[in-house]
Write a protein that binds this ligand. Structure first.
Ligand code: GDP
Ligand code: MG
Length: 162
C-alpha cells in the first residue's frame, strides 16, 4: 500500500484536503491555526488501489526562529513513511517565509513532492495559484479542498506519480 503525506504550514487547508481525499470527516478542521495537534491517517481506494493518507500537525508546535525548528517531528516522520508528499500552500494568502523555508526543505526530499495551491476556487483562483511556481517544486496544482474543485485532477496526478 502506498502512503501520501499532506504537509504545509498551519491553516492552508491540509485537514480539509485530507477529509476530501479520504471522504470522511476524520481530521478536525478549524479556523484556529494549529488545530490539528496529532497526525491523522485515513484510507481510500482510488484507481483500484488502496491508498493511505496522512494529515500532519504541520509546523505549529515548533519554534518559529529557525528552519530546523519549523520542521516538526510530525512532518519528518510522515515523510519518512510516505511515497509521495503533498505540499499545500494557500493561493489566497500568497506565499509566506514559512512556505518558502518548508519548500526549501522539501526540494531535498527523497520522495516526489506534489505542490498543491489550495483555496483556488472561483474566478482568479488558478491565476493566484501560479505564484507557487516560485517555490521550485514544479507546476502548482490548483484545488479548492472546501469546494471540491481540482481534487479529481489531483487524484489523477497522485496515481500517475505512484
Ligand atoms: P490546516 O491547518 O492546514 O489543516 O487547515 P484546515 O483544513 O484546518 O483549514 C483552515 C481554514 O481554511 C478553515 O477555515 C477552512 O475552512 C479553510 N479552507 C480550507 N480549504 C479551503 C478552500 O479550498 N477554500 C477556502 N476559501 N477556504 C478553505
Ligand atoms: Mg489541520
Amino acid at each position: 500500500m502506498r502512503t501520501i503525506a499532506i504537509l504545509g504550514r498551519p491553516n492552508v487547508g491540509k485537514s480539509t484536503l485530507f477529509n476530501r481525499l479520504v471522504g470522511k470527516k476524520l481530521a478536525l478542521v478549524d479556523d484556529t491555526p494549529g488545530v490539528t495537534r496529532d497526525r491523522k491517517e485515513g484510507f481510500q481506494h482510488y484507481g483500484g488501489r488502496r491508498l493511505r493518507f496522512i494529515d500532519t500537525a504541520g509546523l505549529e508546535e515548533a519554534a518559529p526562529t529557525t528552519l530546523a525548528g519549523r520542521m516538526t517531528a510530525s512532518s519528518e516522520a510522515a515523510i519518512r513513511e510516505a511515497d509521495i508528499a503533498i505540499f499545500v500552500v494557500d493561493a489566497r494568502a500568497g506565499l509566506t517565509p514559512t512556505d518558502r523555508g518548508f519548500a526549501e526543505w522539501l526540494r531535498r526530499a527523497s520522495i516526489p513532492v506534489l505542490l498543491v495551491a489550495n483555496k483556488a476556487e472561483g474566478k482568479g483562483g488558478a491565476t493566484a495559484a501560479l505564484e507557487a511556481y516560485e517555490l521550485g517544486l514544479g507546476e502548482p496544482i490548483p484545488v479548492s479542498a472546501e469546494h471540491g474543485e481540482g481534487v479529481t485532477h489531483l487524484i489523477g496526478v497522485i496515481l500517475d506519480t505512484l
